[in-house]
Design a protein around this ligand. Structure first.
Ligand code: ADP
Ligand code: MG
Length: 915
């Protein structure tokens, strides 16, 4: 597999095909001119499967054929010989190529598409053995696709170029993120510590980096642990002046000043992205927008582990279904879906911008009828940006023109509805303007030009409406008239020869010909007919003839039909140019429609699920009243169950830092759900959405961390505990007083006392050094003692009741510490055999008794902060009477009931009251 570009084994034939001259010298192997051409082109495109155009097929040879046949499940055959060996071959029909490309790209391959760039007739003119000229016209890579079939409609398809800035831990990388399917071009920078989080946010389909950067630890890890394609570039992209020149040349700019102050690394990254696009697209020019610089710290930083953990855009298993995105997506257009995903991936940090988005959602929340109408109207709006990109790359079809036509239509209607609604919030007012800022003549022109039903491919013709172009109309008349002439000619010949079965037919070999049954054919070979009818072919039961008149007519017809098609191409290109001339405005309109869609969709969601508008400001507040977990709530709803809303207060004061809540409670009580829901509410609020709570007050969170202890990570081949510690270390090194930290059972992955000590020290550090707002779920009850010592620490627990010896989860968070862990009750619920449960109860009582004895004289909470933990207490020796009683018990011989009684007896001997 060619996952990581040219570094991988290249699918070149293992024995290189020799050139023509060489093979002339070597008398054993005769290499055909075609194979020589193939071999040369293949050699220029290492690391890619070569789709070699042969008429109506793309064919693959040698190793490529074997790889593709396996990847696509198609037949591997052979064609000719090379050095006495069969040449493996497989092929895909050109009209289904997109489908096959899709599957190959999906499996991490890159494909070089090699076309015939001259008419075979031209080649023939050069002599019998000449091969048709061929050239690679495009490299298809995961980050540079534009075809509808290859793209996920609701996901951006980004190419990310990274360039390095300087040396050492302080270095700042330049990032250029380009989606050639829409033309978006964003430039940003990130220090090494944030690089991984930025990559996770962008979630690129492909990364290109200078070879030298492959050693950067996070990129090296990404290459090793994920199957994200990473393509190394040489030094050609350039730095400094040469990089700047590349950008200026591409966009036809005299200076880069208009783009904001790009750093050296940012300039180099943008130049690398452009270089890679030029390399893969050859002469085609994607319609890229000018690079927009994204200032740092304008987005909440969320690292890859946190994103995965909170299942923001996909679940831990990798599915979209079950993610937060899937739960909140009520958009009705693909661009709206992409914008929503983008906003969810990058919540804002400026309260004003967040308020703008919230105003738009609130507007639609208050206007249910308008919202319904606008959504109905948007539903008909196609994906204008992607259509424009295909047109710019000369890969567009008539339906892409129609997409713009229908998009303009929808925009006009939506804008009219908005302006009719009175005073608009800023975001919608802006969107309304963008949606109407296009010359109405453009839509009229498209309506006039395009036929009602449109073919997929422009070469099929027939998409221009009659009456739009007079030259085309004339050519079509001529073409259609010729068809009538053929029919008349057939009748005339039938009459003249007295052969009722005479037919005028057409095929690729003969063109037009006259066909008559065998017996009648014999007559036409003789006078008086032989002067007029020229014999062409004898079939099993028919004979075929031609005439001079027919040949002439054919030439005329062929040229009329061909000219009509060519004329349609001209019309197509004129329309495409017209649209591309207004590209910026059209993209603005597409963006406006997407933002209207998102605002209306979030309002729809808020109303359907009873969500409220959060209050977001620059403080360190964090107050959630009756918050819910949107995904868990949705899945409970399906089962007819209610979700218990829970409050959360972590507010702190500037300079002092936020509060930390320790959440204890049995397994299955709802601790993890509670932790995550509060993180999700912060994300939703800052992306500009209403939130699942009665009330939410959130002081901007700049970085969000969420970690789960002992998560299985076998795929990455690291010990789970190691992962847990690496991730915890990252938080302790990076979190600040604006961060929100969610730690779920950290320390679970190792022995109890190790784990407890680590958890203890982590909380102390968070409280004293990071000062972040934090939630910490744990099964170490001992940690609750920390509140005696740390001023901004609260203890929370999940309410559980015992009902007839069964544990009942109420999922209610309240102040306090869990009194016991209920682990055995949960084990019983899970169906552990009764004797095991009883035995466990007995053992628990014993362990607890022993431990209490050991701890009688001191409390771990008395330890000074940041000192080494005490050595783990050993089980102390129980008193003699207790020991005797214990010795007398034969556990294997006890009934569950007797075991319980024995336990009570032991407790009494210890002189402890029975709880
Ligand atoms: P814990 O982390 O304490 O083991 P979880 O958070 O994993 O518990 O929750 C276990 C299950 O309890 C969830 O899958 C969900 O079905 C249910 N649950 C959790 N919180 C609530 C809630 N607030 N209301 C209703 N059901 C809940
Ligand atoms: Mg849990």
């Amino acid at each position: 597999m060619l996952k990581r570009g040219p570094g991988h084994p290249s699918p070149l034939p293992s024995t290189p095909v020799k050139s023509r001259d060489e093979s002339a010298a070597a008398d054993s192997a005769k290499i055909s001119p075609m194979m020589a051409q193939y071999s040369a082109i293949k050699g220029e495109n290492p690391g890619s499967l070569l789709f070699y155009r042969m008429g109506d097929f793309y064919e693959l040879f040698f190793d490529d054929a074997e790889i593709a046949a396996r990847a696509l499940g198609i037949v591997l055959t052979k064609r000719g010989k090379h050095e006495g060996m069969d040449i493996p071959m497989c092929g895909v029909p050109v009209e289904r190529a997109e489908d096959y490309l899709n599957r190959l790209i999906g499996q991490g391959h890159r494909v070089a598409v090699c076309e015939q760039i001259e008419d075979p007739a031209e080649a023939r003119k050069r002599g019998g053995k000449s091969v048709v000229r061929r050239e690679v016209v495009r490299l298809v890579t995961p980050g540079t696709i534009t075809e509808e079939l290859l793209l996920d409609p609701v996901r951006a398809n980004s190419l990310l170029a990274i360039a390095g800035g300087g040396q050492g831990p302080e270095r700042v990388f330049g990032l250029a993120c380009v989606d050639i399917s829409t033309g978006t071009f964003i430039v940003a920078s990130a220090p090494e510590a944030s690089l991984e989080a930025e990559i996770a946010r962008i979630d690129p389909a492909e990364i290109v980096v200078p070879e030298a950067l492959l050693a950067v630890p996070c990129l090296e890890r990404l290459a090793r642990e994920t199957n994200r394609p990473i393509t190394p570039l040489g030094r050609e992209a350039g730095e400094g002046e040469s990089a700047a020149r590349r950008i200026k040349d591409y966009f036809g700019l005299a200076t880069l000043e208009g783009l904001g102050a790009l750093s050296g690394a940012e300039t180099a990254a943008a130049a690398a992205a452009i270089l890679y696009i030029e390399r893969t697209q050859f002469s085609a020019r994607p319609a890229l927008s000018l690079p927009t610089r994204e200032a740092r710290d304008t987005r909440m930083e969320i690292d890859a582990a946190t994103r995965a953990n909170l299942e923001l855009t996909r679940t831990l298993a990798g599915a979209r279904d079950g993610s937060l995105l899937a739960a909140i997506d009520k958009t009705v257009t693909a661009p709206g879906g992409r914008l929503l995903a983008e906003r969810l991936a990058a919540p804002l940090t400026a309260p004003k911008e967040i308020e703008d988005r919230l105003d738009a959602v609130a507007f639609f929340a208050n206007e249910p009828f308008l919202r319904k109408e606008i959504r109905a109207c948007l539903k008909a709006a196609p994906d204008i940006s992607r259509a424009l990109s295909r047109l710019a790359l000369n890969r567009g079809g008539p339906r892409d023109l129609a997409a713009v036509r229908d998009g303009l239509e929808a925009a006009k209607a939506a804008a009219a509805m908005l302006t009719g609604a009175g005073l608009l919030p800023q975001e919608l007012a802006r969107a309304g303007e963008a949606a109407t800022g296009i010359d109405p003549a453009l839509a009229a022109r498209l309506r006039h030009a395009l036929a009602d039903t449109l073919p997929l491919n422009r070469r099929d013709g027939g998409f221009v409406r009659p009456g739009y172009d007079s030259i085309l109309d004339e050519l079509r008349a001529l073409r259609d008239e010729s068809r009538a002439v053929i029919a008349a000619l057939q009748a005339r010949y039938a009459d003249a020869t007295g052969s009722k079965q005479l037919k005028l037919k057409h095929n690729h070999f003969l063109g037009y010909f006259i066909e008559v049954p065998q017996a009648q054919g014999e007559r036409l070979l003789k006078p008086p007919y032989d002067g007029q009818f020229v014999h062409r072919q004898t079939m099993a039961d028919a004979m075929r003839f031609s005439t001079k008149e027919l040949a002439e007519l054919e030439v005329k017809m062929a040229s009329a039909a061909g000219e009509a098609l060519a004329r349609e191409e001209t019309v197509f290109e004129a329309l495409a140019d017209l649209l591309l001339g207004q590209q910026a405005a059209l993209k603005g309109l597409a963006g406006a429609l997407a933002s209207i869609d998102v605002a209306a969709a979030l309002a729809e969601l808020a109303e359907a699920l009873d969500w409220t508008r959060p209050e977001v400001d620059g403080s360190l507040s964090f107050v959630i009243v009756e918050g819910r977990h949107p995904v868990v709530e949705a899945s409970l709803r399906v089962q007819g169950l209610a979700f218990a809303g829970n409050d959360c207060t972590l507010s702190g004061l500037p300079g002092k830092g936020g509060r930390i809540a320790i959440v204890t409670g049995p397994n299955m009580a709802g601790k993890s759900t509670y932790l995550r829901q509060n993180a999700l509410i912060a994300i939703l609020a800052q992306m500009g959405s209403f939130v699942p709570a009665k009330r939410a007050e959130i002081g901007i969170v700049d970085k969000l961390y969420s970690r789960v202890g002992a998560a299985d990570d076998l795929a990455r081949g690291r010990s789970t505990f190691m992962v847990e510690m690496i991730e915890t270390a990252a938080i302790l090194n990076q979190a600040g007083d604006r961060s929100l930290v969610i730690l779920d059972e950290i320390g679970r992955g190792t022995a109890t006392f190790d784990g407890l000590s680590i958890a203890w020290a982590v909380i102390e550090h968070l409280h004293e050094k990071n000062r972040a707002r934090a939630l910490f779920a744990t099964h170490f009850h001992e940690l609750t003692r920390l509140s005696e010592k740390l001023g901004r620490l609260d203890n929370l627990t999940v309410r559980v009741t015992d009902w007839n010896g069964e544990v009942v989860f109420l999922h209610e968070i309240m102040p306090g510490a869990a009194d016991r862990s209920y682990g055995i009750q949960v084990a019983k619920l899970a169906g552990l055999p009764a004797p095991v449960v009883t035995r466990a109860r007995a053992l628990l009582a014993e362990f607890e008794a022993a431990e209490r004895l050991a701890h009688a004289d001191r409390s771990v909470a008395d330890l000074p902060l940041f000192t080494a933990a005490t050595p783990p207490p050993a089980l102390a020796a129980p008193s003699d009477r207790l020991r005797e009683a214990l010795d007398a018990i034969d556990p294997d011989g006890l009934s569950p009931r007797a075991a319980l009684e024995a336990l009570y007896q032991l407790k009494q001997l210890r002189g402890k009251p029975i709880i």
